[in-house]
Design a protein around this ligand. Structure first.
Ligand code: ADP
Length: 951
């Protein structure tokens, strides 16, 4: 049943029951102490408050007053209006709908100490006006602390992440609460008897629902708040490893403690259940024994009265004597009877004729049952008995026995009534004593008549009231909620052959206190063992992890300070940890050895490096070394001047494109391959260098390149001087040679020369011609190399080739040789070139072809024009002697002539190919030869179709 509570204070009287007995108080103080201790330990989860947060705390504390007294639901869902003679709530627990909201919100925004305080405050109100248990305050404070710590802890494992969710941690709280509730009730009020435990067990569902309901509702709000204000909710620090993550000991402990705890709880519950069952069985047996005992003596007691009365009734004097005579007679009978306390004789009109044993003032009157009995007796019923109201404050009814007088004769003249108080009657003693045993267990024993009226009760004042409990058809034991609301165990036993029945009622709390008293030593022992086990567990774990921790400390010592590597680890023991230590020590020793070796290598390498650096530093030629990313690794002092820097610091490690200013040098370094490449360039200081580079290869991988520069400025100058000298000399020789040639020719005009003279003149002319050719060639070469401007124009290639062929046709014909021309491309392009020079180059090549071919041979000119590469290639092929490989390498040098004899026979200056090469270079082209000795040679002359620097 649920009823609405609008204002709690109006519905209940404030009351607070404190623990009972020293055990209860010890438990209470222990709970408070543990709370304070844990609060102190978890103070680290408490955040520092700013001014605004103090105000917020105050607001929440105020709010908790309102939420704890307004709007609630009273729950009596799981119990049947149990009323105990305790101060505990009789009309059900109240679910204060918003009661948990302030402290759960405080837990998230302000921290565990705030939530503890507000929860304890709220608990104090609820304890006073609803639960009435002082433990409620402690329970709420605990819940506040737990939930605050759960929200604020910054641990990173999934378990702790989940705990930060209000719904999850609040659900755990709601589940844990019943255990806390029962333990607090059982231990805190245990010495107050089983009633509290019975109360706890009967109320735990309602109490849990009341707490769980408000907590889960608050959790819902909290979840929304956490989502809405993630920065203000929970821990502000970043996530850290959880204690279990950091310590093996804690982790194992955390795994084991719940297992041990759950086992202990299961054991306790099982023990409790079996103790309750046993106690209940015992109680049933006991009730049965009491009932049997009572039932056995009751019929005999009744029968004794009947026999005695019939005996008296047989006395004829009672039927015949008059009233005055009968009084002493009755007194005599009374004297002799242990059974009866009063005798009355009535006549047929039911007038009392005589009485004995009545208190003085009391009028001798018949109660209604007696009147009925007397009339029945007069009508012929020989014997009856009736239960009669004994008056106030009696424990048992009185009995009136009725017989007709004289007994056994009809019609009856008079009626004898004998009264006895069952309580005072020794014949009933045994039955009442049996029923009185129930007092020992605070139960009640009742004797009922056929109408359910109470004839005897262990409590005074209830006799002759009607019994409100259930009366089944069969004898037996059953449970019933008693007239006071508490649950009772009821034993019902109808007397055989009598209309009466015996009812014995025992409150279940008697069973529970019985069970508690049997199981308490066991539970105490269990608790003690649990504590011992936990302490032992902690101790053993610490023992095991201590050696591991030491090892970890030593490992980190070594890791942080290399000096420590030299200090050996203490080894000992053959268990796992001992073996690990030994292995670790082994590792340390080999690591140390390895390090020492490394250091030695390093030292050697350093010495080598310094030596190399010294060598490089004293090398007069500049040396540059780059790595595979083309960053400058090294430049020796000789190179600094070339690069224009004052030291290597500013350039070491820089990309060469940033450091070097000579594109030729950069290109050379970047493209350096397995073979030496060389390149001439002019340095910053104006000096001319030849750079030679090759790549550095280690283990088949290119590691970078190394480049050596050589200063060739002086050679260049000498070369220039030589060229100038040659050109001056040849220039100066030209005029005298012309004169010589003129005068020698004129000698013939002076008259007929003799044969001898003619031979001399011809030899002189031949000598002069070859000298002139040499001089001309030298002058041409000088001009071309000196860089006289080219006379570039668009020239039809075919015309130039035709000219060359025309010029040499005569010479070819003399030697019976042929010149063939072939154009590979149909449409012959126009080429940008200096016409004279191109003519000269082709002329020289074709002339050489004719000169170094035997008679009757042929020279082929093949012209390839390539639109794609925009070049034109002249191929001059002969079928002469060919050129040896050694000659091929040097052919294009000045004054170089082939070493073969046949060649030496031909006249030549060794300048023709040098001129061709110069012309090719001037046109940004190339010339090369392919030849095989004896099979002829092919010269290639290639120039671009367009000249770059021509407009
Ligand atoms: P020269 O022809 O005046 O000796 P060149 O510079 O024209 O000077 O030629 C240099 C050398 O090249 C020649 O001495 C010759 O050995 C070789 N040579 C040039 N052209 C040919 C060729 N077509 N066949 C064989 N050898 C050649």
């Amino acid at each position: 049943m649920i009823t609405l509570v609008l204002f709690l204070l109006a519905e209940a009287q404030p009351a607070l029951i404190f623990p009972i007995g020293w055990i209860g108080w010890t438990w209470f103080l222990l709970s408070c102490g543990a709370l304070v201790w844990t609060g102190g330990r978890w103070f680290r989860f408490q955040r520092a408050w700013r001014r605004g947060e103090w105000a917020f705390f105050g607001m929440l504390a105020m709010a908790s007053v309102f939420t704890s007294i307004f709007i609630g639901l009273r729950l009596s869902l799981f119990r049947t209006g149990v009323v105990y003679d305790l101060l505990l709530p009789a009309d059900g627990f109240v679910l204060m709908v918003f009661a948990a909201l302030p402290w759960i919100i405080a837990a998230g925004f302000l921290g565990p100490i705030a939530s503890l305080t507000i929860a304890a405050f709220s608990g104090l109100i609820l304890a006073n006006y609803n639960t009435n248990s002082a433990f409620t305050v402690v329970e709420y404070a605990w819940l506040g602390l737990l939930v605050g710590a759960a929200f604020q802890q910054p641990y990173r494992t999934p378990y702790f992440r989940a705990l930060r969710h209000p719904l999850i941690s609040c659900l755990l709280l709601a589940v844990a609460f019943p255990i806390l509730f029962i333990i607090n009730m059982a231990v805190g009020y245990g010495q107050g008897g089983g009633a509290y435990l019975d109360y706890a067990l009967a109320n735990v569902p309602d109490a849990s629902l009341a707490l769980g309901g408000s907590v889960m509702l608050a959790a819902l709000f909290a979840e929304v708040a956490a989502f809405g204000f993630p920065s203000a909710w929970g821990s502000r620090s970043r996530l850290i490893p959880s204690p279990a993550e950091r310590s093996l000991e804690t982790r194992t402990f955390n795994y084991l403690v719940p297992v041990v705890g759950i086992t202990a709880i299961v054991l306790a519950v099982l023990a409790w259940r079996s103790a309750v069952n046993t106690a209940e069985e015992l109680m049933k047996d006991r009730l049965q024994a009491m009932a049997d005992l009572a039932a056995a003596s009751l019929p005999a007691a009744l029968e004794a009265g009947q026999l005695e009365l019939i005996e008296i009734g047989r006395d004829n004097r009672l039927a015949s004597q008059d009233a005055q005579q009968m009084a002493p007679l009755l007194a005599e009978f009374l004297q002799g009877s242990d059974y009866f306390q009063q005798f009355l004789i009535v006549d047929r009109e039911l007038n009392v004729l005589a009485a004995s044993g009545l208190p003085g003032e009391e009028a001798a009157a018949l109660v209604p049952q007696e009147q009925v009995g007397a009339e029945l007796a007069l009508q012929g019923v020989p014997f009856q008995y009736y239960a009669v109201d004994p008056g106030p404050d009696q424990r048992a009814a009185s009995l009136s026995f009725v017989v007709a007088l004289p007994y056994g004769t009809e019609p009856a003249a008079r009626v004898l009534l004998a009264r006895t108080r069952m309580e005072a009657n020794p014949f009933f003693n045994q039955a009442f004593a049996a029923m009185a045993q129930i007092d020992a267990v605070e139960g009640e024993g009742l004797l009922l008549d056929q109408g359910g009226r109470i004839l005897a009760h262990s409590l005074p004042g209830l006799v002759f009231t009607s019994y409100s409990g259930e009366l089944p058809d069969q004898p037996g034991t059953f449970r019933e909620t008693g007239p006071r609301g508490a649950r009772d165990l009821v034993h019902y036993f109808p007397l055989p052959g009598q209309p009466w029945s015996i009812v014995l009622r025992v409150p279940t709390q008697a069973i529970q206190s019985q069970a508690l008293s049997t199981v308490a030593p066991f539970l105490g022992l269990l608790l003690f063992l649990l504590l011992v086990l936990i302490v032992l567990l902690r101790w053993v774990l610490r023992l095991v992890t201590r050696s591991l921790r030491n090892l970890a400390v030593e490992a980190s010592r070594i890791a942080h300070d290399q000096q420590e590597l030299a200090r050996p680890l203490a080894v000992g023991g053959v268990d796992e940890v001992g073996r690990m230590r030994a292995a670790f020590e082994h590792m340390r020793a080999s690591l140390q050895q390895h390090l020492e070796e490394q250091n030695e290598y390093l030292l050697r390498a350093e010495v080598e490096h310094q030596r190399l650096a010294a060598i490089l530093a004293s090398t007069p030629d500049p040396v540059l070394v780059t790595d595979q990313r083309n960053h400058l690794l090294l430049a020796n002092p000789a190179a600094w001047g070339v690069l224009g820097v004052s030291g290597s610091q500013s350039i070491a490690g820089q990309p060469i494109r940033r450091v070097l200013r000579q594109p030729e040098l950069i290109e050379l370094l970047e493209s350096a391959g397995d073979e030496y490449k060389s390149q001439e360039f002019t340095a910053v200081d104006g000096r001319v260098y030849v750079a030679k580079a090759t790549s550095v290869v280690a283990d088949g991988q290119r590691m970078g390149s190394v480049c050596v520069l050589r200063d060739v400025t002086s050679y260049k100058e000498i070369d220039a001087m030589k060229s100038e000298f040659v050109s001056t000399v040849s220039h100066d020789l030209r005029n005298p040679l012309t004169l010589l040639h003129g005068y020698t020719t004129m000698i013939r005009m002076l008259g007929e020369l003799g044969e001898q003279q003619e031979t001399y003149v011809r030899k002189i002319i031949t000598g002069i011609n070859s000298m002139s050719r040499l001089v001309n060639n030298l002058l041409d070469l000088g001009r071309i190399e000196a860089g006289v401007d080219l006379d570039v124009a668009l020239i039809p290639v075919a015309d130039v080739v035709a000219d060359v062929v025309d010029n040499l046709q005569l010479q070819a014909a003399q030697n019976d040789q042929r010149i063939l021309v072939e154009y590979v491309e149909d449409a012959m392009p126009l080429v940008e070139a200096d016409q004279d020079l191109l003519h000269r180059a082709l002329y020289n090549l074709v002339e050489n072809g004719l000169k170094y071919s035997s008679k009757g041979g042929q020279v082929e000119i093949v012209v390839h024009a390539s639109r794609q590469s925009e070049t034109i290639l002249f191929e001059i092929r002969d079928c002469g002697e060919g050129i040896s490989e050694a000659d091929q390498l040097r052919l294009f040098e000045r004054f170089y002539r082939g070493k073969q004899k046949e060649i030496r026979k031909r006249r030549g200056t060794g300048l023709g190919l040098a001129i061709v090469k110069s012309i090719a270079e001037r046109h940004a082209g190339t010339v090369w030869v392919e030849s095989e000795a004896g099979k002829g040679s092919t010269f290639f002359f290639k120039i671009p179709v367009k000249q770059e620097n021509s407009a």
